[in-house]
Design a protein. Structure first.
Length: 445
């Protein structure tokens, strides 16, 4: 019996030692890459408030008569101060300004009810013809926001001055996106009923802005909104092509996305830096007072810098590598990673960090695919423009697209343009890749 108790005591002691050892393994230092990312996100370029487009995004929904730039800057300063404030006894920050969740100036009810996806999928020109009084009401009811949007897209400078923080607000883009679509609808209306040259110049200004926004976005949500904006512009471009006659002015070829416009680097830097703050003790306890063992577990077993170094290397940089790969290569790379196993030593020396990185490893690759697909859609509308300008028949299109060299981005390596004569659509065939998001463009014969 004594031998039994000795064996149990030995096993218990050995287990305790094994459990305790990781607590005394020191944390790492930040890698140079992590330091660079955190420094860049927390030290945005200094731009005068009147020139920083972020202030316009934030202040877009302020009351009528207020300056969206000055009010936006004030809201950002207030929020940054709040995020630096001392916590209360329950580790909670002061309450956030209600503006971020319930802004005072909203789009009209009728504008909120319109599905622009359906409207552009059908015929914007026909909708305008059948709904002129409704359209004019939309312009009148939302004229303040429309004026703000048209000022906003002239602003070329951008600095993400909101402190990257897990407790920070999301910029609400619902109203801005609806007004953007209404503005694009007004371009089509101007093309039909007023001045075609002016309409085309307005569209070109919108396309330039959408691409600039893609290049400058410092948060993942901002990047995806920029993609939505550019998609709206391409739909508008395509709709104008369907209206164009031989006597109408030529439409400019749209350049494909540059590496800076397409990359998610800046967006990832912003997301990484905001998520970094989630590992601060106050944020770990933000659900209320911690249990007795929680502070000890986090203090001794959470190797914060090692965790961030690992996620930077194995999640964020891993996904950035895929920007230079084809869709098929990405799938193969992700398959290999999903089959890879961590060593017991990695789990032993950093049990919490290893598990957390495993959870975050399957980072959503959709944002990168969306940038690739919107780039490909630019190519399709340019091909549509060429087909129309050369007055090719449906029978001639097949021969023509065989001569088109697809040179878009690495994801579309080996892709070819395909023509579906039955549905009258242009799209792509991509080697070893199938996805519902592959873009297509309708031709109107």
């Amino acid at each position: 019996m004594k031998m039994f108790f000795k064996a149990v005591a030995f096993i218990f002691l050995l287990s305790a030692v094994i459990i305790i050892i990781p607590a005394f393994i020191p944390d790492d230092q930040y890698t140079q890459g992590v330091k660079t990312w955190l420094r860049k996100a927390n030290n945005p370029p200094v731009i005068p408030d009147k020139l920083n487009r972020l202030n316009a995004f934030v202040g877009f929904n302020v009351e009528e008569g207020k300056d969206m730039l000055l009010q936006g800057a004030s809201l950002i300063d207030e929020e940054n101060t709040r995020l630096r404030s001392a916590r209360d006894s329950e580790h909670q920050l002061p309450a956030q300004n209600e503006y971020w969740t319930n802004p005072p100036l909203k789009i009209s009810k009728h504008l909120s009810e319109i599905s622009f996806v359906e409207l552009f999928a059908q015929s914007p020109a026909l909708w305008l013809s059948n709904n002129q009084s409704r359209y004019q009401a939309l312009l009148n009811d939302n004229h303040i926001l429309l004026d703000r949007f048209r000022k906003l897209i002239t602003m070329k400078q951008y600095s993400y001055t909101l402190k990257p923080d897990i407790n920070g607000p999301f910029i609400r883009y619902r109203a801005l996106t609806a007004v953007k679509n209404l503005n694009n609808l007004s371009i089509i209306d101007e093309y039909i009923y007023a001045d075609k040259n002016t309409a085309l110049k307005r569209l070109q200004k919108n396309i330039t802005f959408s691409k600039l926004m893609m290049a400058q976005s410092a948060a993942l949500l901002d990047k995806m909104i920029a993609v939505v904006f550019l998609d709206s512009d391409l739909k508008t471009y395509s709709a104008l092509l369907d209206l164009r006659t031989k006597q109408d002015p030529a439409m400019q070829v749209i350049t494909n996305l540059s590496d800076i416009e397409r990359t998610l680097l800046n967006a990832y830097i912003g997301e990484f830096s905001a998520l970094s703050t989630s590992l601060e003790l106050d944020n770990l306890y933000s659900s209320g007072e911690p249990a007795i063992l929680e502070p000890l577990v986090f203090k001794f077993y959470l190797k914060r810098k090692r965790l961030e170094n690992s996620s930077h290397e194995n999640v964020w940089l891993y996904n950035l590598k895929q920007e230079h790969m084809s869709f098929a290569e990405r799938q193969q790379m992700n398959k290999k990673r999903s089959e890879a196993k961590r060593s017991w030593w990695e789990y032993f020396r950093d049990p919490l960090g290893a598990v957390l990185v495993d959870i975050t490893m399957p980072l959503n690759s959709k944002p990168l695919s969306r940038s690739d697909h919107i780039d490909a859609k630019i190519t399709l509308v340019n091909i549509k423009n060429k087909i129309y300008s050369q007055a090719l028949s449906a029978e001639q299109i097949e021969s023509y697209i065989e001569t088109v060299k697809v040179d878009i981005n690495p994801a579309y390596s080996g892709a070819g343009v395909i023509w579906n004569e039955k549905n009258k659509t242009l799209s792509f065939s991509i080697p070893n890749y199938r996805d519902d998001d592959i873009p297509s463009v309708d031709l109107n014969f």
